[in-house]
Design a protein around this ligand. Structure first.
Ligand SMILES: [Zn+2]
Length: 212
């Protein structure tokens, strides 16, 4: 679980409640007051004191004490990401494309499925990358979107996209049902519209073309 914020809180909560046996929580930031509209597993008492990974681990441990949860206060880079090469699925709950691209490369090099979601304001998107089968994140977003820094998020947007991520993870792990492989689900909560589009691999993709 990469990111323990707006997407990470609901996603990890449903996965812990479902009894997913081992969950690694990775985030190096501390919760701030302005996060609390959406980062629902961080409370006022946690502000500025605990790292988000530690705060989330505490709450999930109270929800389900029979699973293994580890917290990592790590800023992910191209070296320390290899700590997680034994994962069965990678979950992108990040807020930036720099780390998201690293995660995409890692997913391909280690052949680990990656559930990707991103949110902004009332909007969200989600897809699942199956390495060397589906297109990758870089096929979908060849250029870094100009969205770094502060951007507004209406809290329930994270709840909905996080719930969808948890559902994708459960389906990837169990093999039940159809997942969003090669498909991008776009959620517009301002108009309450959900649309799924198919997307194709870029033949000259700078990342996944090395692996096909
Ligand atoms: Zn690609």
């Amino acid at each position: 679980m990469f990111g323990c914020g707006g997407l990470g809180c609901p996603t990890a909560t449903y996965l812990a409640a479902a009894g997913i046996g081992k969950i690694n929580l990775i985030d190096f930031q501390k919760p701030e007051l302005s996060n609390l509209n959406r980062q629902i597993m961080h409370f006022e008492k946690d502000l500025g004191i605990k790292d988000k990974s530690v705060s989330l681990k505490e709450k999930l441990g109270q929800l389900n004490s029979s699973i293994e949860i580890e917290s990592f206060s790590l800023e992910i880079n191209d070296k320390n990401i290899f700590k997680f090469k034994e994962s069965d699925v990678l979950v992108d709950c990040l807020d930036n494309f720099h780390t998201r691209y690293l995660l995409n490369e890692f997913s391909l090099s280690e052949k680990i499925p990656l559930v990707h979601a991103a949110v902004e304001a009332y909007y969200g998107q989600i897809t699942t990358i199956i390495p060397v089968k589906t297109p990758c994140i870089k096929c979908l977003f060849p250029n870094m979107p100009n969205k770094e820094g502060m951007f507004p998020i209406v809290g329930p947007t994270c709840g909905i996209l996080g719930s969808l991520e948890a559902m994708e993870v459960i389906k990837v792990l169990t093999g039940i049902g159809d997942i969003l492989s090669g498909k991008l689900l776009i959620v517009d909560l301002k108009c309450m519209e959900f649309e799924t589009i198919n997307f194709k691999r870029k033949e000259d993709c700078s990342v996944c073309s090395k692996y096909f």
